[in-house]
Design a protein around this ligand. Structure first.
Ligand SMILES: [Zn+2]
Length: 341
């Protein structure tokens, strides 16, 4: 009887989503030497240099050195005399990101997508197209992949505002058969009120549902900058109070892993007690150690509290080419359907 009950609980817990949140650090870690053509990936602190925006910003009287670009943009946006500079910045930035091309060999984004299941979700703050590009090339092999959410605009994603439908930028809306419009990249107020933005409001409400139900949350390369105050508030709303999340675990992947105190402080209002891990690299994470089995591994180790029942690590063959990688993942993928369907 006890065993049956335990199995029942384990199925419920293991079936809960693993939520992954991506920030600029995830793209930078995936492409440290740039994209396929060597185009560099910016972080917030080198954004103006990498995109060569200084000549445009020099035409304004706004102080921009060592400031977050979103804050600078918000300053400019409020001033009529800079309307055309804002437009030029938007075009430059959109063009820069839309020209980025994923490398030919499997990267962290391929490994991330393949290592999660259909019940899971990857929500990104990034404007670059890498997550979508990785998704599409793996979708050719696997029907069931995690859901993708785009919490800010993204150059690979388009939207039909009339039918509130999203898809690959340039594809046709299934209802009006008109091409999706590009999503806008900027929400120029610091309190972004995502719920009032029709093209991303539904993405945030999906994430809210996933967070309420999540067993594991991985935050990869997202530092929750001050300009994302509203985003933090919404993440917190979905996640709730740490005391109500006593089973769940948060994992932070950040190259600033040496500064554990600062990272813990950033995410303090999400973490219950010691239920968190900090890793410097994706390949040390739960996802990379237990691909497609993070729920099972977590359940055995932390909820059942059984080292005997611990799953053995099964790390992703990170150096494998696509064919080898897919054959490796086929085994895990096919096993799921044998047991679940
Ligand atoms: Zn439409």
């Amino acid at each position: 009887m006890k065993v049956a009950r335990e199995q029942e609980i384990s199925q419920i817990e293991i079936g809960k989503p693993h939520v992954v949140i991506l920030g600029a650090g995830a793209s930078k870690a995936s492409f440290p030497h740039g994209d396929r053509n060597g185009k560099k990936l910016p972080l917030m602190d080198d954004f103006i240099d990498v995109l060569e925006l200084a000549p445009l910003l020099d035409k304004t009287d706004v102080e921009y050195k060592s400031r977050n670009f979103e804050e600078i943009y918000a300053d400019l946006y409020g001033r009529r005399e800079y309307a055309s500079i804002c437009r030029e910045l938007e075009i430059l930035i959109y063009r820069y990101f839309s020209e980025l091309k994923i490398t030919d060999v499997p990267c962290r984004y391929d490994h991330l997508i393949l290592s999660l299941r259909e019940k899971d979700v990857i929500a990104t703050f990034n404007w670059d197209p890498f997550l979508m590009q990785a998704y599409l090339r793996n979708k050719r092999r696997y029907k069931k992949l995690p859901e993708l959410l785009f919490l800010h605009g993204n150059v690979a994603v388009g939207v039909c505002l009339r039918h509130r439908e999203r898809g690959i930028n340039g594809n046709l809306c299934s209802r009006c058969r008109k091409p999706y419009m590009p999503t806008k990249l900027f929400y120029p107020v610091l309190q972004k009120n995502y719920h009032d933005e029709p093209d991303i409001a539904d993405q945030w409400s999906r994430l809210d549902e996933y967070l309420k139900d999540a067993l594991l949350v991985t935050i990869f390369g997202y530092g929750a900058p001050a300009s994302d105050w509203d985003a933090r508030k919404l993440l917190k709303k979905g996640w709730g109070e740490p005391l109500d999340r006593r089973l769940e675990q948060i994992e932070i992947i950040d190259r600033k892993d040496k500064d554990r105190d600062a990272l813990r402080k950033t995410w303090k209002s999400f973490i219950h007690a010691e239920h968190y891990d900090i890793r410097s690299d994706f390949y040390d994470s739960w996802i990379a150690d237990y691909p497609r089995r993070t729920g099972e591994a977590f359940y055995n180790q932390y909820i059942r509290n059984s080292w005997e029942g611990c799953l053995e690590k099964n790390p992703i063959p990170a150096k494998a080419g696509f064919e080898e990688l897919w054959v490796w993942f086929d085994v895990l993928y096919k096993n799921e359907f044998k047991h679940n369907n």
